[in-house]
Design a protein around this ligand. Structure first.
Ligand SMILES: [Mn+2]
Length: 260
């Protein structure tokens, strides 16, 4: 049955203090909130307790976006990789404490030395995902992996990358389809055509097909009428998270109208 839950990512508030962000949560016109565990909003025990109180007062449900600044789960450097996995494991733990419905993370990326070690970054990407999955299982946290643009060197950007991943690991990890990212590579339709049953979460923002601008819905070139129609057709019944940097209330309203 089709039932999209339209929510909002607090990405747009990342330039503000954590407390300012937390004060916004009761006025977002949705109970589905995605918290970004990065930058000035990096989670710690006190912040998680505050978020839990706010959720209780206003009946909110959280998803957590893993940190991604300077994080590469396919890093060829053991030192950097260990630091990244340690940081991600901490984020998974706070997602568990927050009772987050989902923990969203980015795939690994190629680096400036990848050409000297063909295929090594893909192998490391898979191994890191397996480790994160094992950790998430222990904590009882659902995790899903997001498509990121190949133009920014990411390893999982097209349906065939995800097909390869499923073939090699058989892990029950869902896909976060970021429609802005898939638009940069004309892959939105292929994702829906080939992997509709794997999509468990959607990031919605707009762009003009060139850069990952995270514009408000309707301020770029993405046909969200078509996206909404497709979601209805496939019986999508998970979250659709506005991940724009501005025009937030307007974007939420537009998606609500298209999807309900
Ligand atoms: Mn995204």
């Amino acid at each position: 049955m089709f039932e999209a839950k339209v929510g909002v990512s607090m990405l747009y508030s990342l330039h503000e203090s954590f407390n300012r962000m937390a004060k916004r949560l009761n006025a977002e016109n949705t109970r589905y909130i995605e918290v970004l565990d990065d930058g000035a909003h990096e989670l710690d025990k006190g912040r998680v307790n505050l978020l839990k109180e706010v959720a209780k007062s206003y009946n909110l449900e959280y998803t957590v976006h893993a940190p991604f600044a300077d994080i590469n789960i396919a890093s060829p450097s053991p030192t950097m990789l260990n630091a990244a996995l340690k940081r991600l494991t901490k984020s998974l733990y706070y997602a568990h404490v927050l009772d987050a419905k989902l923990w969203v993370f980015h795939p690994g990326a190629r680096t400036g030395i990848s050409q000297f070690y063909p295929g090594a970054e893909w192998k490391q990407n898979i191994q890191s995902i397996q480790e994160l999955y094992a950790e998430a299982e222990q904590l009882g946290v659902n995790i899903a992996i997001e498509n990121l643009p190949a133009k920014y060197w990411f390893l999982m950007s097209k349906p065939e990358d995800f097909q390869k991943f499923y073939k090699e690991t058989e892990l029950p990890i869902g896909i976060v389809l970021d429609v802005g990212h898939s638009n940069l590579e004309n892959q939105t339709k292929p994702f829906f055509d080939e992997l509709a049953d794997k999509i468990v979460h959607i990031h919605a923002s707009d762009n003009k097909g060139v850069d990952d601008d995270h514009l408000g819905i309707g301020y770029g070139a993405i046909d969200y009428n078509l996206v909404a129609k497709t979601l209805k057709k496939i019986g999508y019944n998970h979250r659709v998270i506005v991940e724009s940097c501005d025009h937030i209330p307007e974007s939420l309203k537009k998606l609500e109208e298209l999807l309900n």
